[in-house]
Write a protein that binds this ligand. Structure first.
Ligand SMILES: Cc1cc2nc3c(=O)[nH]c(=O)nc-3n(C[C@H](O)[C@H](O)[C@H](O)COP(=O)(O)OP(=O)(O)OC[C@H]3O[C@@H](n4cnc5c(N)ncnc54)[C@H](O)[C@@H]3O)c2cc1C
Length: 406
């Protein structure tokens, strides 16, 4: 029998790659390997509906076991790959066993970064990357009155919104001068600061944490660089992630903060692909684009599977993302960095509006808040050519979709 296509990482991207290979009529063996104990599950609800008890553990699971049987995808959970021998095309598992591959797809995701602060390993200090992390948080939540979130990015803010809904006293400590500064415009940051404060969250900007104060071995407070202390029975760290690139790097695959790939997911080794959070796409101008989103993992998985099957379907990045905080659903499409003109579409006070960003007169991104129609139109506009001008964007009688050039 010919060697299988092996996928390391049974997350969002890994599962999609396996299914896309089958859709493209690959009839050889597919092995999907994950170190977690769970079958592939959706991560986004972990910081949203799951902690609110609105989504069960079973509902997180993306595919039932029967689907794996039907599609003849061999799922191996609780198996960690320790080494890739790219010359022999063999993987070494943590238990010493080995698996040969014909083609390899690395979908190892990213791991939550630990803030370099004193007592960060104390009981009650959590990250939220995996289902097991979320289960630990859920188990301890009843005994928490004060929660400190370190990091005012998407995951930290979603955590803060959930904790407020659960009646906790919440403080968000953010190092920079505004929330979600890495990915959203100052207007969106300001909107979310107001939103959280109106729900009773204490937002500390330009602040950093120097350490966790413990009583016994359990967190009791968070100490800020300013010397202030914030009472806390739980601390959640949302300070970003580190791509899991080490396996590839040790195998001689080119990495630069993440595994470097082309627009079909191929790495510097023609038998090895990388997709999702562990990868960064080399763009035409030589820059690297690394996205952390379900859409990116899924689309890149399709592109990689397509390339293995000889289809020419490169991934065209028109990235989109969403975040749920309180009753606000924000949906973003495109990348707003570098915009030189922004138009407000709709009424900010109504809570249902979009910011439409342009650069040199060209649409580059739309952030829609409770305004899904604009978001869906934006995905169409940014996927190809469009004739949207700032004037048209501001005109609520104009349907954004009409600016798509077919
Ligand atoms: C709390 C939270 C909320 C999020 N919310 C959103 C959202 O609202 N919208 C959105 O678009 N994105 C969201 N994301 C991001 C999104 O979930 C990720 O971008 C997506 O899961 C990336 O998919 P992936 O396949 O690259 O990695 P993952 O889904 O992380 O899967 C990687 C898997 O590989 C396994 N693995 C790693 N190393 C090995 C090894 N050596 N051997 C075996 N297995 C290994 C890991 O354990 C993991 O299970 C959120 C993420 C989190 C954590």
């Amino acid at each position: 029998m010919t060697n299988p296509i092996v996928i390391i990482g049974a997350g969002q991207g890994g599962l999609q790659a396996a299914e896309s290979l089958r859709t493209a009529k690959y009839d050889g063996e597919i092995i999907l390997i994950g170190e977690e104990a769970h079958a592939p599950y959706n991560r986004p609800p972990l910081s949203k509906s799951f902690l609110l008890g609105e989504c069960s553990q079973e509902q997180l699971i993306i595919r039932q076991p029967a689907v794996f049987d039907k599609k003849k995808i061999t799922l191996k959970t609780e198996v960690r790959i320790e080494k890739i021998d790219a010359t022999a095309q063999v993987l070494t598992c943590a238990d010493g066993s080995s698996i040969e591959y014909k083609k390899l797809i690395i979908a190892t995701g990213a791991r939550a970064r630990l803030a370099p602060i004193k007592n960060v390993a104390a009981q009650g200090v959590h990250c939220i990357r995996t289902l097991d992390d979320a289960l630990k948080i859920a188990n301890e939540m009843d005994d928490v009155e004060h929660l400190v979130v370190v990091g005012g990015g998407f995951i930290g803010l979603e955590m803060a919104a959930v904790a407020r809904k659960l009646g906790k006293k919440v403080t968000v400590v953010e190092y920079s001068e505004r929330l979600m500064s890495r990915v959203v415009s100052p207007m969106v940051s300001a909107y979310y600061k107001d939103l959280h404060e109106s729900h009773g969250v204490n937002i500390c900007l330009n602040s950093s944490v120097s350490g966790v104060v413990v009583e016994g071995d359990k967190v009791s407070a968070v100490k800020l660089q300013s010397g202030d202390e914030l009472k806390a029975e739980m601390v959640v760290l949302g300070v970003g992630v580190s791509p899991n690139q080490e396996l590839a790097q040790a195998a001689g695959v080119i990495c630069d903060g993440a595994i470097v790939i082309n627009n079909k997911g191929q790495t510097s080794d023609s038998n090895i692909y990388a997709i999702g959070d562990c990868s960064a796409q080399k763009m035409a101008d030589g820059s690297l684009l690394r996205l952390e989103s379900v859409q990116n993992a899924v689309e890149m998985a399709k592109a990689a599977a397509g390339d293995i099957m000889g289809l020419d379907k490169p991934f065209v990045a028109a990235p989109w993302f969403w975040s749920d905080q309180y009753d606000v659903k924000m949906q973003m499409v495109g990348l707003s960095g570098g915009y030189d003109e922004v138009v407000v579409r709709g009424d900010v006070q109504s809570g249902s509006f979009s910011y439409v960003y342009f650069k040199d007169g060209e649409l580059i991104s739309i952030d829609s808040l409770n305004q899904s129609a604009d978001h869906m139109a934006g995905r169409k506009l940014l996927a190809g050519n469009n004739s949207l001008t700032p004037k048209l964007a501001a005109d609520m009688s104009c349907n954004l979709r009409d600016a798509v050039i077919q």
